[in-house]
Design a protein around this ligand. Sequence first.
Ligand code: NIG
Ligand code: FE
Length: 408
Amino acid sequence: MNWDHIWIDVNIATMDKQSASPYGVINDAAIAVKDDKIAWIGARADLPEFDVLATPVYRGKGKWITPGLIDAHTHLVFAGSRANEFEQRLQGASYQDIANAGGGIISTVKACREADEQTLFDLGRKRLNALAKEGVTTVEIKSGYGLDTDTELKLLRVAKTLGQHHHVDVKTTFLGAHAIPPEYQGQTDDYVELVINDMLPKVIENNLADAVDVFCEGIAFNLQQTKQVLTAAKNAGLAIKLHAEQLSNIGGSELAAKMGALSVDHIEYLDENGVKALSQNGTCAVLLPGAFYFLRETQHPPIELLRQYKVPMVVASDFNPGSSPICSTLLMLNMACTLFKLTPEEALKGVTINAAKALGLAEQVGQLTVGMQADFCLWDISSPAELAYIYGVNPCEQVIKAGKIIAQ
Ligand code: NIG
Ligand code: FE
């Protein structure tokens, strides 16, 4: 066998969906990499002969390997800080009060319009580095803090450039319909027209986005407006997804699922009809425990129904300056378990196999099987549940991205 690298004396949580064992565990395993792919994986006892003199062998000393983590929902390119709003909320103002008074998303929009690309890139790189150190190998980044054509394109360009300069793969999402900008107050339909007829064509022309998202909510875009944006995106061949049922239930998830959305995200207020629609259309449910925690929400997403209808559950950071200023995918595993009562295995699926599905990458990443992209991490833990259980001592020892060992 002619491999580039091999790891032995490791336990592997493959997250292989065909495996009968929890986490797809293979104890005392080995994994070999050729080029950017997994060339062999299995029990060490079954390892075929290979050229030991020509192949670097890494001994894991009983540590654990998992797929590289995937954060399927972030807004990590932004400027400015909203610490003042954090203080206001602690004095009694609600997230909606602040948004209605022209703060919230709009205050970050002002900061992003003023910031140049280099500043946004530098801020984004720091955040991407923080995620990467905790084993993240793929991340989704949304625009949505520009709300004018130039700034939306600027944010997407920065996100794309980050992906080109970093080992972490970046998938970009155009979220022009995130909020109504000040210059369109009271004219939401006109703003939607700008999103569809000016921003979207330029996003497509410059190949800046893999998907399109909308914030479908009482304080943002209604069902009709959401449908218009998602239809335009679909017609242009882009994937669609939705911020839905975060603060109320206005039926966005059902609409998006019926239109073939990859995912609906937040979904605290999702009801059984909505869950059925996800199940029937193969739409993932993206849970964002960081936003739930930071906004001190009390309405829990319908986890039991999602289980019952076998909807793939995804766990993501929603990293952003307003509702989830928490730049850690790993911490989300803990929060998904403590706040939403996911099992540690469900939580880990939510940042691996299911997160890959939510980004349309199910055939490439998220599971460790032969032929998949060699994105994986070596962790100093004694069981996979420890990734969700303990937080604060980073157990990530090594990251392998597309077959290359990334210096930590
Ligand atoms: O995912 N829900 C809408 N958008 C973001 C919040 C953005 C902000 O407050 O800046 C979210 O929670
Ligand atoms: Fe979000």
